[in-house]
Design a protein around this ligand. Structure first.
Ligand SMILES: Nc1ncnc2c1ncn2[C@@H]1O[C@H](COP(=O)(O)OP(=O)(O)O)[C@@H](O)[C@H]1O
Ligand SMILES: [Mg+2]
Length: 416
């Protein structure tokens, strides 16, 4: 899959920009703050209907404008498709495919991207929510219909937590509490939540070998800590992730005691009906606690993607370089999984577009070279870099200079 055309109007800093694009590597070069990330952010938005750097869409619409528009022509196999999304601050988007109006969710699956960005290192160091988001972005690209399931699930958890809070308040005032009102919400939470947990568990098992393999390649096997291994810890079966205790880590018998006992039960989790039952029974068990705290304690919003390096958790233990190797391994793993994916829930030729936003500046020379070698295999890659950044030699191809809202083709190194 690749884009041949991209047009932005009133998107971020751009009033109007129209670009002709080619397969292979395209680099956007410019001083900081000139609008390089804004371009690749727009491409990523077409794939996930969300930005990789902000939670709300408001910032995507140019200051002073009413709506931002992203339009692209994407080629899958033989057939070009024109996709378009119009983003309004504070209300629902509008979308078109080949100029016909569609629901925005129907855009999902037409453009697929994997984005690498400097803030990605938060996947390792940040809160569990960062890692859930990583899984869910992948889930939505692999199974577009899950975007709707996820939105419904979020609505249910919001309403259920409001009810938990009011039941908790009643109970604290000494009133009788009719907890039966929760039943209908429990059923909904379990039904929707099980689909998300199952989809994520399936992703984890597909991703695990790719992450381990890319970690070895990117780190050059130089890591002392061992192999990268990812796991899923779900909140319902209480197979909850808890970091190893200090005693376990410092056990003189060696690191083995620190290996977490997360049973590899993805096969069970991918069974939607079984997972639904497990969530329901966990909800019954924890109802009192949930009312006392006024919080939903069970469901995919409380599950964890667990990242280990050998016998240690990556978070808190991985060095700066190891954290970057792990980050790259996760993204490259996602790319591989999307490339290989043949579930047929989208058009043929779903090979994702790679976006490397300002990442080369973050990496040491070895990781930079290894990443460059790998991404050369991709059908289309967009790279952004600040003027003067060291880009690996092999990343030739089209170059654009981004300066004060204009994006102009530059002569490439090859032409010089
Ligand atoms: N909604 C918006 N309206 C107008 N300008 C914006 C908007 N969002 C971001 N910008 C501007 O875009 C610029 C940042 O662009 P960005 O693509 O992040 O730069 P870089 O080239 O460093 O990647 C900043 O000058 C910022 O003020
Ligand atoms: Mg940038």
């Amino acid at each position: 899959m690749y884009l041949t055309d991209l047009a932005l109007s009133d998107f971020r800093s751009y009033r109007q920009v129209v670009l002709r694009l080619s397969p292979g590597i395209t680099t956007f070069v410019g001083e900081n703050g000139q609008g390089k990330t804004n371009i690749v952010e727009a491409i990523g938005y077409l794939a996930t209907l969300s930005s990789h750097r902000v939670a709300s869409d408001n910032a995507l619409v140019r200051q002073g404008a009413n709506a931002g528009v992203i339009q692209a022509k994407v080629v899958h196999g033989e057939h070009p498709t024109t996709v378009e999304v119009e983003i309004f601050a504070g209300r629902a988007n509008r979308a078109r495919i080949n100029r016909g109006n569609v629901r925005p969710a129907e855009l999902l699956g037409h453009v697929r991207t994997v984005t690498f960005a400097p803030e990605d290192v938060e996947l390792i160091r940040g809160d569990p929510g960062e890692r859930r988001r990583f899984l869910d972005d992948l889930m939505i690209q692999m199974k577009p219909r899950m975007a709707g399931v996820k939105a419904e699930y979020e609505k249910v958890t919001r309403q259920r937590s409001a009810l938990l809070k009011s039941l908790g308040a009643q109970r604290r005032r000494g009133g009788t509490v009719d907890a039966g009102a929760l039943d209908v919400w429990d059923v909904q939470l379990a039904k929707l939540g099980a689909q998300i947990t199952a989809a994520r568990a399936q992703i984890i098992s597909g991703l695990r070998p790719h992450v381990a393999g890319y970690y070895q390649i990117v780190s050059g096997r130089s890591g002392l800590a061992g192999d990268a291994r990812i796991d899923y810890a779900d909140s319902a079966t209480k197979n909850m992730y808890s970091p190893p205790s200090a005693e376990q880590i410092h056990d003189p018998q060696g690191g083995e005691a620190a290996v977490r006992t997360i049973i590899n039960h993805e096969d069970d989790l991918t069974d939607v009906e079984l997972t639904e039952v497990q969530i329901l029974s966990a909800l019954v068990e924890r109802r009192d606690q949930e009312i006392a705290r006024g919080v939903n304690l069970v469901g995919p919003h409380r599950d964890e993607l667990v990242l280990n390096l050998g016998t240690l958790p990556a978070k808190g233990y991985a060095s700066h370089g190891e954290s970057w190797s792990y980050t790259l391994a996760l993204r490259l793993g996602a790319w591989k999984l999307l490339r290989e994916d043949s579930s047929g829930e989208w058009a043929d030729d779903g090979e994702p577009i790679l976006i490397l936003d300002d990442v080369f500046a973050e990496l040491d020379a070895k990781r930079r070279e290894r990443l460059a070698e790998i991404v050369l295999e991709a059908q289309q890659v967009f790279v952004t870099a600040a003027v003067g950044d060291d880009l690996p030699e092999e990343l030739s191809g089209d170059r654009f200079l981004v300066h004060e809202g204009s994006v102009e083709p530059m002569s490439t190194k090859n032409d010089e």
